[in-house]
Write a protein that binds this ligand. Sequence first.
Ligand code: DGT
Ligand code: CA
Ligand code: CA
Ligand code: ZN
Length: 578
Amino acid sequence: MPVHNADIAAAFDEIADLLEIKGENPFRVRAYRNAARVVGDMAEELRDKVERGEDLTQLPGIGKDLAQKIGQLVITGRIAQLEELRQALPPGLLDMLRLPGLGPKRVKVLFEDLQLRDLAQLAEAARAGRIREIKGFGEKIEASILKAIEARRSEGTRVRRAAVAPYAESLVKTLRRVPGVKQVEVAGSYRRARETIGDLDILVEAENAASVMDAFTGYDEVQQVLAKGDTKSSALLRTGLQVDLRVVPAESFGAALQYFTGSKEHNIAVRKIAQAKGLKVNEYAVMRGEAYVAGRTEDEVYAALGLATPPPELRENRGEVERAAAGALPRLVEPQDIRGDLHNHSTWSDGANTIEEMAGAAIARGYEYLAICDHSKRLTVANGLDEKRLAKQIAEIEALNARFKGFRLLKGVECDILEDGSLDLDDAILAELDLVVVSVHSKFNLSRERQTARVLKALDHPWATILAHPTGRLILEREPYEIDIPRVIAHAKARGCFLELNANPMRLDLNDVYCQMAKDAGVLIAINVDGHQTGDLANIAYGIGQARRGWLEKRDVLNARGWKELSPLLKASRRGRA
Ligand code: DGT
Ligand code: CA
Ligand code: CA
Ligand code: ZN
């Protein structure tokens, strides 16, 4: 199995963890951690360098010893030192180390004094009140350990949708190539475009199940086959992601797709409708008594129940079943509805591409407009623009615009909202722009009252146009800050501003529920990629997925409007409050 940089980085991190628990020299530990970061960030596969016999000690932070270990891992698939460390220490200690609040020193004590070797034993000891007895621990730490273990359990091992997408796509491609395969679809939360995914559910219609199962378990990212049967197999990929694969006959494919797309709550509501009609629905078919009614296609299954087919993104039992029964489902926004993007960066602040390059990428997508909204001066780490530099940028954009036909760059800024709700740049320069995106990048820990007041005040500003990433959350990494979004929505409506659905797959902020709330309040949503390089424009797909989960239709989306329609909307949002 080929060794990727991520594998090398993970091995170094694990060595660092184990050395730390053993109480080894902190400098040695840090050398491994640094190396893990350097390797993890490298674009080129080290495997290729090793195979070409290149000198790895040229890389920052990689000495002779580490270079040799990389070579060992690439060539033999193992690092002898890591194997020895694993032998010497129980593997469950690493899980303990990853609990918030437990560093290597504490794990060492728990292991040596109480002989605790994994999370199960740790939880048991905490419940029995044995942790509080240890010197330096106490009741508070005992309680927080229990809480952290519970949280880990309920969270499971979900991953962001974007981390799963490449595997979903390549698996589908691999399976479609297997001779005799008729159809392959990804079902489950992935098909519903949830922002995080627990596992992948794949359905295949094929003449010969055995060859499909062989192709699946032989897929080169599979690390461990959990089960291999005639109709179902499960495997863990190298990333730890579980994939469940089912082979179903043609007459059941639609029923299986409906069932395994879920959600469970949606399925329960659908089953009730079926029962009321004297029908039964399961993963094989819709049945009346012993008689087969439907099951070949999803449309056929829903039609048999008197329902229009709800788009997968709506299937959360949030009203879609009633609407499907009434034949009144929304026509959700689609990728081709998007006419431009209203929040992008360039090399003027922390972007990787020039304004011209960003424009080229937007034109290549068929966009009519692209707003350049670099950071403002307070964000010094991002090389934010002050009034002078912004004035220069405006001149550059105007010069570039003279060269385009059927496309325009919009002059904008992503202006920081300061702690008191005022904006980071002078009104005079803001007045020169086509739009002003405002956002919170600091003081995340204000009280709900103060954070909300801060943002409302920013929206009161005569030139504020769009509130970017309104809750500040980073999926699976940072909770949203405390803020009253229903009030923000009402305020945006009253002031005639817009809210962003940030399409960066780490953010997807606003979330689905808030998008629906904004739509119901009549506030238009800008689905923006917040691009920092040309490739980021492709992230619009993630934003569209979330928008569809939020019931948004074309008319609810600000940048689903062409420039002719958009221009007066931007102007009105400002003139109305000037
Ligand atoms: P995930 O994997 O946690 O991100 O979420 P899902 O929705 O993909 O859930 P998963 O993989 O456990 O199951 C796939 C679908 O199968 C689920 O969305 C609905 C269906 N399903 C699973 N278990 C049940 C069940 O107990 N009852 C019903 N009605 N449907 C179920
Ligand atoms: Ca799933
Ligand atoms: Ca599953
Ligand atoms: Zn931004």
